[in-house]
Ligand binder design. Sequence first.
Ligand code: NAD
Length: 298
Amino acid sequence: MNIKNVTIAGAGVLGSQIAWQTAFHGFNVSVYDVFDKGLEGGKDFHKKFAELFKATRGATQKQIDDTFSRLTYTTNLEEAVKNADLVSESVPEKLEIKKSFYNELAKFAPKKTIFTSNSSTMLPSMYAHETGRPEKFLALHFANPVWDANVGEVMMHAGTDKQYFDIVLKFAKDIGMIPIPILKEQPGYVLNSLLVPLITAGKHLFFNGVSDVESIDKVWMISTGSKFGPFGVMDMIGMETIYNVGLMQGQKMNNQEMIDIANKIKEDYIDKGKTGAASGEGFYKYPNPAYKEPNFLS
Ligand code: NAD
């Protein structure tokens, strides 16, 4: 099967990036959002990405014009998917929204269409039934920003037919991702399965007074050759997410220490405006955090 026409559902932060990246790589892209406001937001993002690609990624005006010529926008789902070979879904991270979206999509999409979800925390099997075609449904998960953090995690659920897994792996490669095959469902995919325990361990070491932020990051950076330690990473992710994930994990595992650490992050950082790199301060001060100084590791 040859993928040519792609529908992106949800024109928010991630959907708009996936749409742009896909159109830039030569595919016809129909951008769908249920709200006019969402669709207009997606168009605004695309104007910004055009400037960004010219300024920082060496894109020519012709490449930008060609990208725009391959993009169409609609709030009509039937129209959006009428020719779709593949749908990439980035609607909000709420189970009811995902379920009702796939129920609607199943009504309008041609039989051939492969459905992929970009959900970060949910598993495809949680709404495979609603797709009406579980064998053609799987996850294709992107990181933010799609073009720099260009890993495409492709994950099957138990009912996915392997031939569609292979097609989606190839599609991910064709739009500039490094495709990562994930053969069975894993909450958090590969990336967060590695990253969340590292962050949790870092927080534990610091908030229990075992060591300080910079020392912990130094150990990780020196011994693994990584550009960041757990606290540099947390600043990039943003404290709100770190708080939400920490609290959720603590409640799920009934772990009071994790809950206390999450609350400490809220009191000592979020409530004081230190919400991470984007706000100018988190564990480090930005735009020149200590861990980026040339002598940090010496
Ligand atoms: P967002 O809130 O920026 O965008 C969601 C968009 O979906 C909005 O434009 C909204 O109008 C639209 N929408 C709402 N209901 C809809 C429906 N029923 N049908 C179609 N569109 C609908 O969200 P986001 O950050 O882009 O996240 C979307 C998905 O991508 C989530 O599943 C999230 O887990 C995943 N994701 C996000 C990131 C990230 O860094 N933001 C990274 C990887 C994956």
